[in-house]
Design a protein around this ligand. Sequence first.
Ligand code: FAD
Length: 390
Amino acid sequence: RDARKYSGVVEDCCCDYETVNQLNEEVLHPILQELVKTPFFRYFKVKLWCDCPFWPDDGMCRLRDCSVCECPDNEFPELFKRPSRVRSADDMVCQEGKPQAAVDRTLDSNAFSGWIEVDNPWTYDDETDNAEMTYVNLQLNPERYTGYSGPSAQRIWDAIYKENCPKYPSEELCSEQKVLYKLISGLHSSISVHIASDYLVDEATQLWGQNLELLYDRVMRYPERVRNLYFTYLFVLRAVTKAADYLEQAEYNTGNSQEDLKTQSLVRQLVFNPKIRSACPVPFDEAKLWKGEKGPELMLQIQKQFRNISAIMDCVGCEKCRLWGKLQVLGLGTALKILFSDNGNNGLNQRLQLQRNEVIALINLLNRLSESVKFVHEMGPTAEKLMKRK
Ligand code: FAD
């Protein structure tokens, strides 16, 4: 029974588990691991303040591992920077309404030539809030165990599941609502897998390692959570391959031409990979959704639910979890935008417009999901055996 648990086609997708594991290990994982290290993909622009609109009293994390190492000034590409201003006494008083209080975007628009700031109807948008944004080197801030737990974390997951994507108890929910639930559940599984794969085993000696008991308790014990992880992975992969032309033509300019050429080449290997195209040409078939009479209305409703989930990320009471929560929800929002911006018409790639930060979030999310699928495939059976023996 166990052997058949993850065989056959991934529910609501178009490829089977075996193919996904093989493609992931041989093609996607190696490319993505390289890609996320490039200067273009390793710096994420984010507002890290915890200004929660829902529960202002939310407590912060108790472990040092929660805090995010921001980028020292000399670390991120020169082109991404805005000119530093000389601080004057005037800065100390309220600048509202004065012309000098306006954010200077000159360098941003030069640096991100080819990248524009457009609204994403699926997310609670931060990108244009330049004054409050900071750059974070994702390579210095791996997603792993932080010790964030208890009522604060519980409240976030509860709010997400209960208010925004109720678990479908029967067949009552339409397939679009199920997709939203499965995406969130798949992301939740992936977060748990990262906690299990990089865990603080001994706080006294600062020893980090795997925690297979946690992997079993939170993910492997519930086959549905594993299935949702694979579903989310294929959904995001479909978005990346659907936006292939756009991603290939985008500018990955960071001022380091050698690195930038490598980025461009890796993107091409990812989006036009012949192995992916022959083994799993359509990882998810988005054309099946929003078909009924109520399609457009349903789309607006689900968009609103997803925007709420995106806003809830400001309430995550642990900085590093908030960083990865925001990045991955933005990545999912970007995948939704790519797949559903014009209901799957062929002209999509002419009209699709992505922000630089959206592309960074999308690729880093795919990489996280790819790591989770690999870990579940490699260590899941061992975790199951271990726990059944206990
Ligand atoms: P939780 O993971 O909190 O789950 C809560 C409830 O949700 C469970 O009781 C179960 O009913 C249900 N559930 C669990 N998994 C699934 C699933 N896959 N699908 C459907 N339902 C499910 N902690 C870290 O150590 N590092 C991090 O980087 C990190 N990032 C986080 C990011 C966000 C956005 C949030 C909200 C939390 C994050 N946390 C992180 C905390 C972590 O997710 C857990 O909340 C915490 O470890 C406590 O786990 P738990 O066992 O109580 O169950």
